[in-house]
Write a new protein. Sequence first.
Length: 595
Amino acid sequence: MRMTAGLVRPIVRLLLPCLLAVFGTDARAVVRFDFEHTLFTEPPQPVLDHCVVEEDGVYHLFYLRGNPAVNIGHATTTDFVHWTTEAPVLEPGTWDNKALWAPQLFRHPATPWWCMYYTGVNTVSSQQTGIAFSNDLAYWFKYADPVYHPDPSWAEWSETNFSHGRDPHVIEDGGRYYLFVTAKTTQNRGAVACAVSDNLVHWEDIGPIFVNSNWHVLESVFIFRHNGRFQMFFTEEAVNGTSAMSSDSLLSGWDMATRRIIDGGHAPQVTDTHLGEMFSRHAVYNDAHGTLQYIIRFTPLLWSGDIPAVPKPLPLADQWTFVAGDAFYYQPVWNHNAAVRNDNYAKTWLGDGWINTYEYYTGPLGYGIPGSTQGEGKTGRIRSQAFTIEGSSMSVLVGGSELPGECYVALIDATSGEVLFSETGRNSNEMDQRRWDIRPYQGRSVQIEIADLSAVGHVCVDEIEESFQVGGGGGGGGDGSGSGRTKDRPGFGEAPGQDAVAGPARLHANVPNPFNPATSIAFELPRAGRVRLDIFDATGARVRTLVDGTRVAGLHREPWTGTDDGGKAVSSGVYFYRLVVDGAAVDTRKMVLLK
């Protein structure tokens, strides 16, 4: 069913693969980034022919569950990203004792009752249309008998032999109801059968509205009106993907000369939602281990006049800004892509979408193929939308290369760019949880920044979540310091810089880099000492001394807002910063200020 349009937001609002989810706790808001895609999957069950309807702000997905079909499944969502799998709603019965296929819902606006039309299949695979009823979308009862099959006077149909009569689709036009199903003529031509009704239960066959020039049957026919012209989306046997053709008339004028293949998926549906016009279809792929994987994917539908187009969006484009580079264009990776290459990535990620800038596979009908990578060479940086800190802590799953100033996830001030916390990997794609004490920053406008600025490293990130929990550590031993330190070091409530650092003093890469207007420079001391941290321009002239005094052992961060010792803003360009401890130079690093 194609729903009545609600408030249509800009089409980019459909791109929700990394949702900024807002939910209430003690009447205060917290945020969560989990990098999921706009798709539904129920592994290990196949999910195929489907429909979507809306009621009271909740979208209900009904789908063929299993292959061969087991039953009609049911799932709910409000955003097409996060789903609740409900109990299946229909099972095979008496005349439909082999399988149920292709659910499609319709409701008369004057009644509370939903009608579910479906294909019922008997033991010899003869296909007919059945109907079931519900007033709450959860509990359904079947009408005792089938309600339609193509008329044998023109169609190759028999109850005692394999016969086409599947994939029902019902629309209303001019006060009458029309039912369309897949059929084949007695001349062995693929066809779209049509029946009419005044009550949605008793249907009168009026013959085919389209007959193909060959045996190819048109499957999963979905007809709707766009700008006064009828559009038919369908899958054609022996032709891969979803096709579309148009006509000025509902019952005639359909011509394959107008056909366009618009997408690689099958069993299409178009649903008007509060997010915009949504195109959905199922896709099946082999994961290279011999296992078929199934999804139903949701994508915005765009138009150029009467010509439909299904874009292939960059999944992060809606909620994140691409600040620099292209490492994140084809993120988040979908599913456990590394398993296809037999890489031993521990399954510590929580969902089917997660950031790994080494990977390149956004799922079926997206970018890449199973097992593909983009390697270490890609670099880039992204930032989230700004949000205000309300909670007490923030947790994040982090993995990848141990390059603190180059491959990291950070919490930054949205105005100044000051780095409040930053985490890097531990040279493993196994992500572990770190936790930051954000109480000192409550009320501040902040952003999440994720970066891969190294041509020899990558970053893994998932499940960034603000909460009102206060406490140290996490699943992987993060300590709330934002330093990426190990679990045996101090957590919340301890004074900064009081933990020991093994090895010599270290100067970290500044974060972010390049930067504007501010960056943060971190250094570590194995013991207390006299510290000097200076900044020099490209000619070697000192422009600013950030630190000149005694510091205790531990990790320290010093912000630089791009000003000299006199408080005057410096120009864009390359700068160097040098750490000297107890009179001995430790390290010098380079950074770039871009204005």
